[in-house]
Design a protein around this ligand. Sequence first.
Ligand code: Z5A
Length: 228
Amino acid sequence: MSEIAGQRPSGRGRFITFEGGEGAGKSTQIKRLADRLSAAKLRTVVTREPGGSPGAEIMRHLVLSGMGKLLGPEAETLLFAAARDDHVRTVIQPALNQGAWVLCDRFADSTRAYQGSLGRVPIGLISAMQRVTIGDLRPDLTFILDLPVEIGLQRAAARRGSGTPDRFESEDLRFHQGLRDAYRKIAAEEPARCVLIDANADVDTVAERIWTALRDRLLPTPASVVSI
Ligand code: Z5A
C-alpha cells in the first residue's frame, strides 16, 4: 500500500471538506479517510458542521430542531454563520496551524447549496457572512459525494429507523433533487478545489475513489509517496 511521507514545508495542515446530499455517505467516508491518514502517522482531526465546537453544537441543535426555519431563511443562515465562526476560530484554524489534516463533514458549500440555491438567500449576503466567518480560509480539497436522490434518502431512512426526520430530512423530493443540482454546479464551477465523487457504489469502492483523488490532488510528486 502507498502512503504519505511528511507534511507541507510551510507546516500548515491540510483542510479537506466533504459535501453532498442526504445519506450520501460523508460520515462513513470521512472515517475511512481519517483511518488511512492516521495509519500514515499524520495527525488528523475529524469535525463537522453545523457543530464541531461546544458553542457551534448549541447552534446545531437550534437549526436541526427546526427553530431556525421559524425565524426565516436569512436568520437561519445567520445561525449557520455564527456556528461556523466559532468552529473556525476554536477548532479548524488552530488544528491547521499545528499541522493537522482537518477533515470536515460539510462547510461553506453547504450554505451555498442549502441556503443559497434552495433557500434563495441572496448570494451577496452569503458572501458577506463568509468574509466575516472564514476570511481567506478555503478548503484545499472538497469531495462532493454524488448519488441519485432516492438512493441517498433510502440510506438515510434505513439508518434513522423509527426516529423522526430532522429539519432538512423532511423536505420533499424536489428539494433534494435541487440540492443535487446545486452541488453538481459548485463542482463544475470550481474544478481546482472540488472533486465530484460517484457515491453510488459500495463503501470500499467509494473510499478508493476518494483516496485516488486525494493522492492525485494533494500528493502529486512520487517523492511525497512511500510504500509501507
Ligand atoms: N446545513 C445547512 O443547511 N447549511 C450549512 O451551512 C450547513 C449544514 C453546514 C446537517 O445534517 C444539516 O445541516 C444538513 C445540511 C444542513 N442537512 N441535512 N439533512 P446532519 O449533519 O445531521 O446530516 P448530513 O450532513 O446530511 O449527513 P447524513 O444525512 O447524516 O449522511 P452522510 O453523513 O452523508 O452519510 P452516512 O451517515 O455516512 O451514511 C448514511 C447511511 O448510509 C448509513 O447508514 C451508512 O451506513 C450507509 N452508507 C454509507 N455509505 C454507503 C454505501 N456506499 N453503500 C450503502 N450504504 C452506505
